[in-house]
Design a protein around this ligand. Structure first.
Ligand code: B12
Ligand code: SF4
Ligand code: SF4
Length: 243
């Protein structure tokens, strides 16, 4: 018996390197403004396939600013090394869909200077809607398998697939505040994420080479949820390129 399309997608993306995959029907995105729904980027979209890659080493979280940083789904301001891995898996999936005569679009990663807030989807929320996890006190998608130590990417396809059941309970955060305590600038105090404060973290944009910066990952490293590999992002090496 031939495996369902859902099972084939699951098997393929895991074989190509994804660590988690979930499916969300486009109607689950109706809570967002039209310009942040999958149909804005692809009018035939029926299902959003959300992929996650485990952050196995904080160094893989490096942001790359060497050219080319735009085009073919890249962010014009740079992209994390892990995002590049996910990008490759996503385009491979899109190509596979094309061979099956299914329309597919790798959804834009984030807001761009040109497009402002239009055309991209909120990936953490897409992860929730595709059943990968819940939003934790650290304001991130936490998954049972890897906690928040993941990065995400999404592909819209023109086929209806059974949506993954959403996780509705968050048993992990109730008696925990490790992320709140670990944040160097108290950006998670009071149960609400403060983007302005987060951006003042001295651990953002640590310049490790002319083309690579490491962003703060404190609130992801400390989270006890999911399987852990050593997640010390303090990097005992001396940054060579700070002024
Ligand atoms: C812009 C951006 C930033 C900006 C601003 C972040 C912000 N939240 O405003 C800055 C540079 C500060 C930043 C920092 C970080 N980011 Co960032 N960022 C993004 C980006 C491009 C857009 C995020 C956005 O604007 N979201 C919309 C706003 C409204 O959401 P929000 O305020 O954060 O949270 C709302 C929701 O969670 C919602 N909500 C709460 N519960 C529920 C439940 C349901 C059911 C739903 C639907 C919604 C919902 O309510 C919250 C308040 O309105 C995304 C990629 C993308 N396309 O999504 C990555 C992304 C969110 N970032 C990511 C990461 C990893 C980080 C950092 C750890 C830095 C790093 N090392 O890369 C920190 C973490 C900060 C934190 N604790 O939130 C990952 C998150 C992975 C994960 N596990 O969730 C993403 C998804 C990128 C990726 N490729 O995977 N980021
Ligand atoms: S560190 Fe604790 S409170 Fe923060 S997201 Fe993880 S489980 Fe929730
Ligand atoms: S990324 Fe760093 S500064 Fe921002 S909320 Fe997390 S721990 Fe705090």
């Amino acid at each position: 018996m031939q495996a369902t399309l859902e099972a084939q997608i699951r098997e393929n993306v895991m074989k190509w390197g994804a660590d988690l995959v979930g499916f969300a029907s486009v109607d689950r995105f109706e809570r967002y403004p039209p310009e942040n729904r999958p149909a804005y980027a692809q009018s035939s979209a029926r299902t959003v396939v959300v992929l996650a890659l485990q952050m196995v080493d904080p160094l893989l979280d490096l942001w790359l600013h060497v050219p080319p940083t735009s085009g073919a789904g890249r962010s014009p301001t740079g992209r994390a090394f892990e995002d590049e891995i996910l990008r490759a898996i996503s385009y491979r999936l899109a190509l596979d869909m094309y061979k099956r005569k299914i329309e597919a679009k790798v959804l834009p990663y984030g807001p761009s200077a040109k497009n402002d807030q239009k055309g991209f989807i909120y990936l953490k929320e897409a992860g929730v809607l595709a059943g990968l996890g819940v939003i934790g006190k650290n304001n991130l998608l936490i998954t049972p398998d890897f906690g928040p130590r993941i990065r995400l990417r999404a592909i819209a396809i023109s086929e209806d697939l059974p949506p993954s059941p959403m996780i509705t309970e968050n048993p992990w955060c109730t008696d925990c505040d490790q992320c709140i305590q670990a944040c160097p600038v108290n950006a998670l105090d009071g149960g609400k994420y403060d983007q302005g404060r987060c951006l003042t973290s001295p651990f953002h944009q640590r310049q490790l080479s002319p083309g690579a910066q490491l962003w703060c990952t404190r609130c992801t490293c400390v989270c006890p949820v999911g399987s852990r590999v050593p997640c010390d992002d303090t990097l005992k090496i001396q940054p060579a390129f700070n002024e």
